[in-house]
Design a protein around this ligand. Structure first.
Ligand code: BGC
Length: 441
């Protein structure tokens, strides 16, 4: 049996990613809380993982004790700016404490400034649909970065603007007051403007900052590549989901399926590319899916899928994602800002983790500038419209008692982080079923 270790470069960031609304609990002043109370989600966020009550301390301990050297978290706009004219200094102090907590544990902090939630006051005025949001977001970013800059130099302006837009304005799963593709793309254009304004503001406040955003990127294949409608649907979906925002950042013109948006100030506004990768979509034309714009997307029948077939374990897709990134932005550092799987039994997660990290190693071995990997997520959290029906945590969570349950993947990931690599022994121990694939003879 071969014995080997796939090593990573020194200084590689190993961590997990979280988002404020999904872990803090009692986030009553944003549009998601309201959406939950009106029956749009599978359960409500409630106390979540009770980070606002202080349990971030024990969870950061867990992360540090298992050799993670970085953590990506988000701050909640509605806590920091509860009304348009007030700042909550206590909330900012709480975030300073959390970031200091990371530093004390020897962990690098990455802060996301917008992760799907908007203050209710902003939502009431139609939020990102109006261009006024750009100045408002910049104001919030300035205040927050000023307050937190002592503890953070790695900033993510907006998480998955493509998912925020499409899950809301096209699919109707995320809270919006109105729907429609054109409106959705308008919102995405405003997010691009907001991102660009935030990028400049952060650099003004902190010249050494590294600023980017997190793109949800999904490689896609047509179900029947020779069937023109499948190929067309694949292209439309691919362009709409994956390419719109990056095209705006690359050229200053955001190209979307409903037309081009001129956002010249966005050109070149990223110091790294943040990539959230989960799976590869198989896309086909489907007359019965008007809500999805006549597109059906799924996974091959024999795919290694998670509960509810939500995610298919297709590790090569992560390599393809990284390949796309280096070809599109040669030399730009890359961070994998999210990657993970819903798996309450922790059966799939172990091989998903090992196989995906193996793909990252392949990329690193080509000298592609991948600088870190953030697993989604540290402890089970509130999964938006899917509520508590999906468990993405390395640690499980009993929501009622707030008890954390250690899953075997915790130890696998700890060994990877400690070794700064993936070894044959680890694979043999935690997921022998993929050994021959990862260490072929
Ligand atoms: C989001 C996370 C979410 C994860 C898993 C990503 O698209 O950024 O907030 O929890 O997917 O569903």
């Amino acid at each position: 049996m071969p014995q080997a270790t796939y090593h990573f470069p020194r200084g590689f960031l190993w961590g997990t990613a979280t988002a404020a609304h999904q872990v803090e609990g009692n986030n009553t002043n944003n549009q998601w809380w309201q959406w939950e109370q009106t029956g749009h989600t599978n359960g409500t966020s409630g106390l979540a993982a009770d980070w606002w009550g202080g349990r971030w301390r024990e969870d950061f301990d867990r992360a540090a004790e298992t050799d993670q050297n970085a953590h990506r978290l988000s701050v909640e706009w509605s806590r920091i700016q509860p009304t348009p004219d007030t700042w909550d200094e206590d909330a900012l102090e709480r975030y300073r404490l959390m970031l200091r907590g990371l530093r004390e544990r020897g962990m690098t902090a990455m802060v996301t400034l917008h992760h799907f939630t908007d203050p209710l006051w902003l939502f009431e005025m139609n939020g990102w649909e109006r261009e006024e949001v750009v100045g408002l977001f910049e104001k919030f970013v300035r205040k927050t970065v000023e307050a937190l800059k002592e503890y953070c130099t790695l900033w993510c302006t907006i998480n998955e603007p493509n998912v925020y837009t499409l899950s809301g304005y096209v699919m109707g799963d995320f809270p919006t007051k109105q729907r429609g593709m054109n409106l959705g793309m308008q919102v995405m254009a405003n997010m691009l403007r907001g991102h660009a304004a935030a990028y400049r503001a952060i650099h003004q406040i902190q010249p050494e900052a590294r600023v980017g955003y997190a793109l949800h990127y999904r490689p896609m294949v047509a179900k029947h590549p020779r069937f023109p409608l499948d190929a067309l649907m694949r292209k439309l979906r691919y362009d709409g989901l994956n390419m719109a925002f990056p095209s705006g950042i690359g050229t200053g013109v955001m190209k979307t399926p409903v037309g081009n948006f001129q956002v010249p100030e966005a050109r070149g506004t990223q110091d790294y590319l943040g990539l959230n990768y989960y799976s590869v979509d198989t896309v086909s034309f489907h007359l019965g899916k008007p809500r999805e714009l006549f597109t059906s997307s799924g996974y091959p029948e024999d795919a290694d899928t998670s509960e509810q077939r939500f995610i298919a374990n297709i590790p090569a897709g992560l390599f393809d994602t990284l390949k796309w990134a280096v070809r599109t932005y040669p030399d730009l550092p890359i961070l994998i800002t999210e990657n993970g799987v819903n798996d309450s039994s922790d059966d799939l997660r172990r091989r998903y983790l090992a196989q995906h990290i193996h793909q990252v190693w392949r990329a690193v071995n080509f000298n592609w500038p991948v600088k870190g990997y953030f697993h989604w997520t540290l402890v089970d959290n509130f999964e938006w419209e899917r509520g508590w029906t999906q468990r993405f945590g390395l640690w499980g969570l009993e929501v009622e008692t707030q008890k954390r349950i250690k899953r075997p993947s915790v130890d696998l990931y700890a060994e990877i982080c400690k070794e700064n690599g993936l070894s044959s022994e680890m694979v043999q121990k935690y997921c022998p079923e993929v050994f021959a694939r990862l260490f072929p003879v």
